[in-house]
Design a protein around this ligand. Structure first.
Ligand code: G3H
Ligand code: 13P
Ligand code: ZN
Length: 353
């Protein structure tokens, strides 16, 4: 028995020694940031990153606009870029922000769509300041149990946790406007109470990717000929806010799929047909409510791809990566600044810029 306890303690000690606290890396968790955003009627940008150019563009945009920012890493990004590199990049991001003139950057390193306790734990242990445990596809009780387990672990280290209730529609199954996939307002108090989550991702009609709606679900704007998607379910959002006054709400799948980027991609050899996103006015409206984190990934992919395609087409003899990744970075920075200032309203919200 004594030997058993010796091994347990030794393993615990080993784990603690190997752990990196996000606080040592200069990162912050989401708690204070979200409380301020809910009070102030704006949302914090959560931008996904997979490489250096995306990270640089995000930090440059956040510093220039004096915005707090969430650097978001998916399981796929972790596999693509290597988890250790991503963590050092986030640490580098803090120093880079300071070098760009921001004395006190507010940067969160967040796991996007964590799908297991082990993945969340591994991220917490290596310096993430926030994790999402996405149990939304599980039966309700299993989602509660898994989310509770992650919260219990994360809160020991002052790491904040995002849970999810409701299923984001996929365009494949044509359920984008179907009520049954929206978050059920009658479940949110029970979920938040039983799990102890710090924020809740909800489903009100957004979805991931550049094809959020089928053409059949849209109307056509006679002036432009563009597809106009159905509105988000603001009644569901309002019902959730009434149940959980002031509680931080998260919107995934919030890319707007800028048509100028789609047009550029198609002009220079791409083939994106009938790509439709969430209109920015609707996101602005959501940001003024308890929605305090808005996730954007696809728009950055479009901005990057458009700039690279253009550079390839205009300078076919060029083969220095900096000559096409540089314009891609500039284009993403422009996009991030636009989102921060004109959509989310998180500019000039740093406490001590
Ligand atoms: O929610 C999904 C994000 O856009 C991340 O996508 O899994 O392809 O990295 P990914
Ligand atoms: P988009 O695909 O709409 O950019 O959504 C990204 C997202 O929700 C990441 O979690
Ligand atoms: Zn998402």
């Amino acid at each position: 028995m004594e030997r058993f306890f010796y091994f347990c303690n030794r393993n615990h000690l080993k784990n603690t020694i190997n752990m990196v606290s996000y606080k040592e890396l200069g990162l912050v968790n989401t708690r204070k940031m979200f409380a301020k955003a809910v009070d102030g009627g704006y949302a914090i940008p959560a931008f996904n990153f997979n490489n250096m150019e995306q990270m640089q563009a995000i930090i440059m945009a956040a510093v220039e606009t004096k915005s707090p920012v969430i650097l978001q890493v998916s399981k796929g990004a972790r596999n693509y870029a290597n988890q250790t590199l991503l963590r050092y990049m986030a640490q580098g991001a803090v120093e880079y922000a300071k070098e760009l003139g921001c004395a006190h950057p507010e940067i969160v390193l967040h796991l996007d769509h964590g799908d297991s306790f082990e993945l969340c734990k591994s991220c917490i242990d290596m310096g993430f300041s926030s994790v999402m445990i996405d149990g939304s596809a599980l039966p309700y009780d299993e989602n509660v149990a898994l989310t509770r387990k992650v919260v219990d672990y994360a809160h020991q280290y002052d790491v904040t946790v995002e849970g999810e209730l409701g299923v984001l529609a996929g365009v494949e199954d044509e359920v984008a406007a179907e009520e049954s996939h929206y978050t059920k307002p009658e479940e949110v108090i029970d979920f938040v109470t039983k799990t102890g989550v710090d924020s809740l991702a909800i489903s009100i009609g957004t979805s991931h990717g550049a094809y959020k709606f089928t053409p059949e679900q849209c109307t056509v704007d006679p002036a432009t000929g563009r597809l106009v998607p159905p509105p988000l379910a603001f009644d569901v959002l309002e019902a959730i806010e009434q149940k959980l006054p002031g509680f931080p709400i998260v919107l995934h799948g919030s890319s707007s799929v800028p048509q100028d980027e789609v047009d550029t991609i198609n002009k220079y050899g791409g083939s994106l047909k009938a790509a439709v996103g969430i209109p920015e006015e609707q996101l602005r409206k959501a940001a003024k409510s308890a929605v305090c984190k808005i996730n954007i990934d696809s728009d950055s992919r479009l901005a990057m791809t458009a700039a690279i395609r253009k550079a390839f087409a205009e300078k076919p003899a060029e083969f220095d990566p900096r000559k096409y990744l540089g314009p891609a970075r500039d284009n993403m920075k422009k996009l991030y600044e636009h989102k921060i200032i004109n959509v989310l309203g998180s500019n000039d919200k740093l406490e001590n810029a």
